[in-house]
Design a protein around this ligand. Structure first.
Ligand SMILES: NC(=O)c1ccc[n+]([C@@H]2O[C@H](COP(=O)([O-])OP(=O)(O)OC[C@H]3O[C@@H](n4cnc5c(N)ncnc54)[C@H](OP(=O)(O)O)[C@@H]3O)[C@@H](O)[C@H]2O)c1
Length: 308
């Protein structure tokens, strides 16, 4: 238990900062449920997959390569089926969609957990800044490819971050999606995480009139491989103070798992969660026009990507 957790209680959901993924699923049977988790081989995704499988769900574990996904799936036991899904490579994402469809899986939840953070130098995929492409566009292709496989009460969960507040003023740099005119590791990570929030918002709007939900979460701050690109000193400090003030991986996986399977979140949609409770994102994350514009621009980008 971290020091910080002593000062944080629980919220209306009955859970809070210190809750773990095992605790938020205590007493739940997920037998008969199928849940896809991206980034299943590391950090929060691996823990989420482990706990979902522990509760009886069939988990579809997606990682950059089939070998990584296989190793992760074997490590959690239970019913875990591996898939390759390299989010920065549209052909890999489409192949994952096809493989899931071929398997005949009906999805009760789709947890878009994979992500990269704070790349030190600007990188691009297909002319788009790489964090935006990986964290947002890759998941956009995946989710849209599987929408008709989502159960009637299926849930889509996007891993955002409180770092969405670091996105540039105005939200999304539509006139410079490749970061040609300037790049900052945190500003562009923030933009990608704001995009995750806006995607959930617009998807939720598109789900209106159905029982399907789409939400975004901030998992907390947890020391995982995500910090691999942070400068050495920052990473060292993170490592030293982390155990005192940060969440554990078990706690970090709780919010995504709560939103994906807990009955208490079944009818909440278009929302942002932190510490397993509703939270308030930056004001423009609630901007429906911005969310719709991002969706339409992303559709255009995806339509222009190589077919194979
Ligand atoms: N940890 C935190 O403090 C924190 C805070 C706020 C939000 N988040 C969010 O939580 C999510 C999980 O992060 P984490 O902390 O568990 O980090 P992590 O341990 O680094 O896990 C990230 C996962 O995403 C995968 N991934 C990265 N790039 C990918 C790509 N191009 N295609 C497919 N998969 C890719 C990684 O695969 P490889 O292992 O093969 O690279 C890994 O499985 C992320 O979306 C992150 O933004 C984390």
């Amino acid at each position: 238990m971290s020091l910080y957790q002593h000062f944080k209680g629980t919220g209306p959901s009955g859970f809070g900062y210190g809750s773990t993924a095992e605790q938020v699923t205590d007493g739940l049977s997920l037998q008969g449920k199928t849940i896809l988790v991206t980034g299943c081989n590391s950090g929060l995704g691996l823990e989420a997959m482990r706990v979902l499988a522990l509760r009886g769900a069939r988990v579809l574990g997606a990682a950059r390569t089939l070998a990584k996904a296989r190793t992760a799936c074997v490590s959690v036991g239970g019913q875990a089926v591996p898939f390759a899904c390299e989010l920065s490579e549209p052909s890999s994402v489409r192949a994952c969609v096809e493989a899931v469809r071929r398997g005949g899986h009906r999805l009760d939840a789709l947890i878009c957990n994979a992500g990269i953070m704070a790349l030190p130098k600007r990188e691009q995929a297909f002319g788009v800044e790489l964090q935006l492409f990986t964290n947002h566009i890759g998941h956009f292709i995946l989710v849209n490819g599987l929408l008709d496989r989502l159960a009637e009460d299926g849930r889509v969960v996007m891993l955002s971050s409180s770092a969405h507040t670091m996105a540039p003023k105005g939200g999304i740099l539509f006139d410079d999606l490749g970061a040609e005119r300037g790049y900052t590791p945190w500003g562009h990570y923030g933009q990608s995480k704001l995009a995750n929030l806006l995607f959930a918002k617009e998807l939720s709007r598109r789900f209106s009139g159905t029982r399907k939900t789409a939400n975004a979460v901030h998992p907390g701050v947890i020391r995982t491989n995500l910090s691999r690109h942070m400068p050495g000193l920052a990473n060292l400090a993170f490592g030293l103070v982390g155990p005192l003030v940060l969440k554990t991986v078990a706690q970090g996986a709780a919010t995504e798992v709560y939103v994906a399977v807990h009955p208490g979140a079944a009818t909440t949609t278009g929302a942002y969660f932190a510490d397993c409770n509703l939270a308030r994102p930056r004001a423009d994350a609630d901007d429906a026009a911005l969310a719709r514009r991002l969706w339409e621009v992303t559709e255009q980008i995806v339509a222009g990507l190589p077919a194979a």
